[in-house]
Design a protein around this ligand. Structure first.
Ligand SMILES: [Zn+2]
Length: 275
């Protein structure tokens, strides 16, 4: 049984501030240890649940956060960037289930640590797929769904878990490792406790994975992005087939979600302008 883990950082227990996820800040070195330990808990649970192959995709920032020397030896680590499909690099039809660890709520969410969607809130304010508001959980779950693979476990703060269940189904296994009281404050479980919960949930998730349907959208699929500034929308319009549908709001439609996902990433590069 092959398991794919996309590991982000903002939703890791003990992490509440961007200093802890920013590689130029001294607090980051502890953040990456906490991240690696949560991934290990998910790997251990997956192995208990019957996993025989595990790919861990480092999905935060420059994607060189996980400490390979501290990673569970049964996992393969995909690290670094730029890589096709980014936070979902390496996903294909051969996987049996996907886990999202350390995930965070979508942009413009209250009571959610470091809520954002891809680039920070100074660039992207909201994103929708066929009128369903999505963050990274939705965008990435839909790419897993494109390959016929369902998400079986999401970990992060309580709001991330609630958003994931709303989108992917109430029966989704989630672990809230912290209760966010705001964008940069949370009540955190001790790592020992959080790891035990993640381990148990990962094992349970694989026991019930066959009941879960892949997350997909009816084709053609329209991606709508609300940018923070008009200049960012101007730059998105440089890409063929992108339409301005309201001030600062652009749309791109395609029948193939993999193409749309790549287009989204290109738009995020184009939109990275602060004038
Ligand atoms: Zn991140």
């Amino acid at each position: 049984m092959k398991i794919y883990i996309s590991a982000d950082m903002e939703g890791v227990g003990g992490i509440v501030h961007s200093d802890q996820t920013d590689s130029s800040h001294p607090e980051y070195q502890r953040g990456r240890k906490l991240m690696t330990a949560e991934v290990n808990a998910a790997v251990e649970g997956a192995l208990q649940g019957g996993a025989t192959e595990l790919l861990v995709n480092d999905s935060h920032g420059g994607m060189r956060n996980i400490l390979i020397e501290e990673l569970h030896p049964d996992a393969i680590l995909l690290s670094g960037a730029t890589k096709q499909f980014s936070m979902m690099a390496g996903i294909d039809r051969t996987y049996d289930a996907v886990f999202f660890t350390g995930y965070h709520a979508r942009a413009a969410t209250s009571f959610a640590n470091l809520d954002h969607t891809w680039n920070g809130p100074t660039i992207l304010q909201n994103a929708w797929l066929n009128n369903v508001e999505v963050g990274e959980t939705g965008l990435n779950a839909a790419l897993a769904g494109y390959f016929g693979v369902a998400v079986a476990l999401v970990t992060g703060d309580q709001t991330t878990c609630a958003q994931a269940k709303e989108l992917l189904g109430a029966d989704l296994e989630t672990v809230a490792v912290k209760e966010a009281l705001g964008r940069a404050a949370a009540k955190n479980l001790h790592p020992t406790k959080a790891h035990a919960l993640i381990r148990d949930a990962a094992a349970r998730a694989l026991a019930s994975r066959k009941k879960r349907a892949p997350f997909t959208f009816k084709s053609p699929i329209t991606l709508r992005l609300a940018l923070a500034r008009s200049s960012q929308a101007d730059r998105c319009l440089l890409m063929p087939n992108v339409k301005l549908v309201a001030p600062r709001v652009v749309e791109f439609t395609h029948e193939d979600y993999a193409v749309l996902y790549n287009a989204f990433r290109a738009l995020m590069v184009l939109a990275d302008v602060h004038v």
